[in-house]
Structure formats: C-alpha cells, structure tokens
Design a protein around this ligand. Structure first.
Ligand SMILES: [Zn+2]
Length: 354
C-alpha cells in the first residue's frame, strides 16, 4: 500500500473533506472498488476499507475505478466534454486497447485527446486506459488462482471480461494454452507497495513493483521470449521470494537465495552480474559498472541494461547512482530507491557492530 505512514493523517482529512489535501492523495475504497478525491461528498468509508495513493494513476493500477460523484480524474471546476466522454468510454469497456480508429469512431481527435488528458491528469488518455486495464488484470492476480481455476473448471464462459483483460496482458487464455509452457504470477504485498512475481517451478523470472513504468510490456516480452502463458498462481520460487522479501524488509536478510532466471543479451547479463556484486549498504555509479564490465565508455548502455533488469531488489539495480551522488532514476520510483538504499545502509551498519 502506498503512503502507509500517512494513513491516519489522510483519513482525518478525508473525514473533514479537507480541500487542502486535493491532489495530495486519492483514496481507494476496497468495499466499492472506486477511488475518490479527499473532498468527495459521498458517505465516507471506514478506515480499514481505505487505501491511499499519491496519484490517480496508482489508484487505477490498483484496480480502482473513478468515483462518479467526485470525479477524481477531473479538474474540480472544469472538465471538458471530450475528457468526460473518453473516461466514460473506458468505463464501458475497460479491457479495450485503444487505437486511433477508436477515436475516429467517437469523433475525437487523437492528438486533442492526448493534450487535454495530459494537461488535466498528467498522463495521456492511452496511459489512462492502460493503467485501468492493467489494474483489472492485476486484480485477478491479487485475488489468486481460485478465480482462474474456477474459470477453467467452468469451461471458460466468455462475457466475464475477465479472460480478455487477463489474456491481453498475460498471454493466451487458459483454454488456449495447449503446449505452451506455463509461468505463474502472484501478487506480493510488501511494505513498499505491491509487487508482482512471475516464476515457473524452478526459478523466478520477474519481480517488479506493480506500478513500475512499462510493466505491461515487460510481461509481454517475457512471455514471448519464453513462449509461455502467464496465469495466476504460486510456485516454490514464489513462496521462497515472498519469505525472503519479508525477511529483507524486516532487516533480517542480506542475501537472496531464490533461484533466478534472466534472459538478457550477453552485455546485459554481464551488467547484472556486476550489480549482484555491489554489497548491501553500498552504491556504485554507472561509470563504475561500465569499468567493471571493461567497457569504460559505455555508461549509457550500462544505464539501459540497469533499467532492463526485471528482478527488482534481488538484482540490486537500485544500488546504482549517478557519479555526482544524485540518486538517478528508478523504474519503481525514486522514493522507493531512496528508501531501499537507506534501509540497506542501516542494515549494513548493524552488521558491522554485530
Ligand atoms: Zn467520490
């Protein structure tokens, strides 16, 4: 969950309909599946049913849909007809992948849509639709294998929207898996927010924060490279990484032992190998890594390989920072990078005194 340290403060603001918190947080209501702005006029949810998010996008990715009353995606005073039309169109068919042809059918100009969305919400309409779609697919992972098993048992009746949403992102629908290899995906709640883990029976293939930019493409690439379908479920590497992550966040673990499977180019593999050599509590610069892989001028390629890492935390790409000491970027968000580094520093200091 996001913003957990501030939960009490935000809940108070929510009850008070405090307009100073507009844009500071959004609240997802677990019982209704909608998310609201702090000043929503609707009856307020119970504390235990609230999840708080810093941005509308995060709420969408957690599978909440925008509230009809406070319209958290619109500017408080003004929302254009076009924006409203598109948000409604997504809600009618949230699993759809939007193309320019769809815009034409709604008699909407794609570039106007892009501009207006960006201005209002800081994301384009396509990003909005995507976040909503991924949110729905991830929800099925969160709710676990029972859902999909039920679907398989029932011979896969269509019309639930479930199959479409899930298979667009995760690959072939279960009924069509045939000879494909199967990877399983689980939703892991960590103290830095939800993560998704994908593994077969032998090794972990992917571990990412759910909100990571480009997650959908990563999963697509993974299933193409492995010729797999990804379905909700758990395997022993997932159970192992779940328990190791718990220990890591509790400060009890310094070395991950869950077997990993990486599928990078020879150069990427070399970079990732170097990343795993950066000790806990320490950082390296992109230039350091470039030197270590004997390509001292290739720090840009190193940065790219770093960003292509699909095993967050375990392959510690967060330990690579800029040469001038700035944190640099992080797919899971810079505040997470900062947290991880300070957590590891504390842990390493402890190790020395033990
Ligand atoms: Zn509302």
């Amino acid at each position: 969950m996001i913003l957990s340290d501030r939960k009490n403060e935000y809940y108070r603001a929510l009850i008070d309909k405090n307009s100073e918190y507009e844009g500071i947080f959004y609240v997802g209501v677990k019982t209704t599946g909608v998310f609201c702005r702090p000043t929503c006029p609707a009856r307020k949810p119970k504390f235990e049913n609230c999840e708080f998010y810093g941005t509308a996008k995060e709420a969408l990715l957690a599978s909440f849909r925008p509230c009809q009353r406070c319209r958290p995606l619109s500017h408080p005073n003004h929302v254009s007809e076009l924006v409203r039309k598109l948000v409604d169109a997504v809600e009618e068919n949230p699993e759809r992948r939007w193309t320019d042809e769809d815009f034409r059918q709604l008699s909407v100009d794609a570039s106007t849509a892009r501009r207006q969305f960006k201005k209002r919400f800081g994301m384009t309409f396509v990003e909005y639709a995507r976040a909503r779609r991924v949110g729905i697919a991830l929800k099925h992972i969160r709710t676990g294998s029972s859902v999909i098993e039920a679907q398989i048992t029932a011979g896969y009746e269509s019309g639930s929207g479930f199959r479409d949403a899930f298979s667009r992102i995760m690959g072939a629908a279960p009924a069509h898996i045939g000879n494909h290899r199967i990877l399983k995906a689980s939703w892991l709640d960590t103290r830095l927010g939800p993560m998704i883990a994908v593994a077969d029976e032998k090794a972990l293939f992917l571990l990412e924060f759910v909100e990571r930019r480009g997650l959908e493409r990563e999963v697509e690439r993974l299933r193409r490279r492995t010729a797999s379908a990804v379905i909700p479920g758990c395997t022993s590497p997932i159970r192992s990484i779940e328990s190791e992550l718990n220990d890591y966040f509790e400060g009890r673990l310094t070395e991950f032992k869950t077997p990993l499977m990486t599928m990078g180019s020879p150069f990427q593999e070399k970079v990732w190998e170097q990343l795993r050599k950066i000790p806990l509590g320490r950082t390296a610069s992109y230039a350091d890594i470039a030197t270590a892989v004997e390509k001292p001028n290739a720090y840009r390629a190193v940065a790219q390989a770093n960003g292509a890492n699909q095993l967050a935390i375990v392959i510690p790409c967060h330990r690579v920072i800029n040469s001038n000491g700035d944190l640099g970027g992080y797919g899971g968000g810079v505040s997470r990078k900062e947290w991880l580094l300070s957590h590891e520093k504390k842990r390493a200091a402890l190790e020395k005194t033990e």
